[in-house]
Design a protein around this ligand. Structure first.
Ligand code: PEP
Ligand code: MG
Length: 539
């Protein structure tokens, strides 16, 4: 047995076999690389897609699906088409990054084919888009690795949020990463999916671990390779004690002396609703809608979004659902939105700024959210706000959408609340003004700590920021005071909300609700119900 220490990424324990996953690359919105680097990224993506297509074609032939195999072989030819490759190279030479050049070349070629008289050639436009989409996926790091059918623990250098979402339906037991950051969105997604994760394991794990058995403890942030009998027995005991939490289902979220603190859930997709209900969350306090955009090749249409939001609202059956506007940017780069390069994406066009800069996408999303509000209690949440003008601009767009929907005869909740995320220092400093413009506050401690402490939340484990810094606590207190001064509710939706040790502080500053991953609801409820609010707030 070998013990390897890392950092906890997501709590829980898992016992299973390792499967190594090769490195992925992030779709970048950061400073452009050199043209040589872009050309080599493109060449690597071409090679990856060629192998992918060949593998799929071989599988089709083995299964006797010759027609499908032939189509995949046509796609492989398109991938190497001289005109297409020359157009991508020309785009890169003109300053585009590889993804932008592929998208532009693919669209130009598809448009040319679609304009031809010949039906057969017209139909090839779809094939070109398909190939370009595969290349964009490869450039965005969405590896097409075959997902194992047997339960497995994924081992990798790092894992992109979009790749993590794609593993949602896989028999994934746990995640072990050489790098990774506990405050990054991969960790947040893993917690939401209830998948234990350990990050920062460095060179202690690698491709040679493939197939090895391991016991992963996300709470302790450690791995046991080839665990012995005693470790296995401890694992079973831990699983049983987790089962005891079920007794807390159905009980109120309150302290012994009756102080209430509602515990809601953060989710990324309709599939997560099951975990919310199983863990008896009071509702969805944060639907990170951008996760839906990250896995789409083109901006999701209104009906597509409505299906997703509507499903969440229906599954919550009367419990509150807070849908956050797409919060893209920084580590959540979407291939569907190739943006000009930025030196510092975390300080760039992201959150509500990006929403307002993409009026068509904002309009479509607002229409879908409004229409979902006809099916149950829905609130809208604005990410990364820094000024009341941004809130007013969003309210104006919302009003326009409501007028339009009314004219078209669609039902919606005209009283839908509009909340503001408090996750920038500016939002804290002008919280009293923002509270006049908002219906509720939701404190996003992940970004708030990052920006207050000028410390990258994406930094590798070991160089993490101390989110328990007095400046972060003071900022939270200021936001809560401003909210209550204006008579609106305040919640905490960052990862700090999962820390039971902070409950006395949250009660003291008067937080009304916390939003945590589904798996954290019952442990937090248990801790809350053992506390005495009066004593905790005045020790
Ligand atoms: C936060 O910043 O605390 C938050 C909840 O939003 P996200 O983690 O998605 O940036
Ligand atoms: Mg945030």
């Amino acid at each position: 047995m070998r013990r390897v220490r890392g950092t906890g990424g997501a709590p829980g324990v898992a016992l299973g076999r390792f499967r190594w996953q090769a490195a992925q690359t992030q779709h970048r919105n950061s400073a452009a690389q050199s043209p040589q680097q872009e050309l080599s990224d493109f060449a690597r993506a071409q090679q990856q897609v060629a192998q992918e297509l060949q593998g799929l074609a071989d599988a089709c032939r083995r299964e006797g699906r010759g027609e499908a195999a032939a189509l995949l072989e046509v796609h492989a030819l398109l991938l190497a088409d001289e005109d297409f490759v020359a157009a991508v190279h020309a785009g890169i030479a003109a300053g585009a990054d590889a993804a932008q050049a592929v998208q532009a070349a693919g669209e130009a070629m598809a448009a040319q084919l679609a304009a031809l008289e010949d039906d057969y050639l017209q139909a090839r436009a779809g094939d070109v888009r398909d190939v370009a989409g595969r290349l964009l996926d490869a450039l965005a790091g969405r590896t097409a690795d075959a997902v194992p059918e047997e339960p497995f623990i994924l081992v990798a250098e790092d894992l992109l949020p979009s790749a993590c979402i794609r593993l949602r339906d896989a028999p994934l037991l746990g995640i072990a990463l050489q790098g990774g950051s506990p405050l990054g969105h991969t960790a947040i997604l893993a917690r939401g999916m209830g998948i234990p994760a350990v990050f920062g394991l460095g060179e202690a794990i690698g491709p040679d671990c493939d197939g090895q058995e391991a016991l992963l403890d996300g709470g302790q942030g450690e791995l046991l390779l080839d665990p012995d009998d005693a470790a296995r027995a401890a694992f079973r005991a831990q699983q049983e004690s987790a089962g005891n939490l079920a007794a807390l289902r159905g009980l109120p979220d309150e302290t012994r002396d009756g102080r209430r603190l509602d515990i809601l859930c953060s989710i990324a997709a309709p599939q997560d609703c099951r975990a919310v209900l199983e863990n008896d969350g009071r509702g969805v306090g944060l639907l990170r809608s951008e996760m839906f955009f990250l896995t789409c090749g083109t901006p999701p249409e209104e009906e597509q979004q409505l299906r997703a939001y509507g499903e969440v609202v229906r599954q919550m059956a009367g419990r509150r659902v807070v849908i956050r506007l797409m919060d893209m940017g920084a580590d959540k780069q979407a291939a569907l939105l190739p943006l000009p390069p930025e030196e510092n994406p975390a300080l760039g066009l992201r959150g509500v700024r990006l929403c307002l800069a993409q009026p068509q996408m904002l309009h479509t999303q607002l229409r879908a959210i409004c229409r979902a509000s006809a099916e149950g209690p829905v609130a809208l949440l604005l990410p990364m706000v820094t000024s009341p003008e941004e809130v007013r601009a969003c309210r104006d767009r919302l009003q326009e959408v409501q007028v339009e929907l009314r004219r078209e005869g669609f039902a919606f909740d005209a009283q839908m609340e509009v909340g503001v995320m408090i996750e920038t220092p500016a939002a804290v400093l002008i919280a009293p003004e923002l509270a006049q413009a908002a219906d509720f506050f939701s404190i996003g401690t992940n970004d708030l700590a990052q920006y207050i402490l000028a410390c990258d939340r994406q930094a590798p484990s070991g160089r993490q920021m101390d989110a328990h810094h007095p400046a972060v606590f003071r900022a939270m207190r200021m936001a809560a005071e401003a909210a209550h001064g204006a008579g609106i509710r305040v919640g905490v939706c960052g990862e700090m909300g999962t820390d039971a040790a902070l409950l006395p502080f949250l009660l003291e500053i008067g937080v009304d609700e916390v939003t945590v991953p589904p798996s954290a609801v019952l442990p937090l409820r248990g801790a809350l119900r053992e506390m005495d609010a009066k004593r905790a707030c005045n020790p």
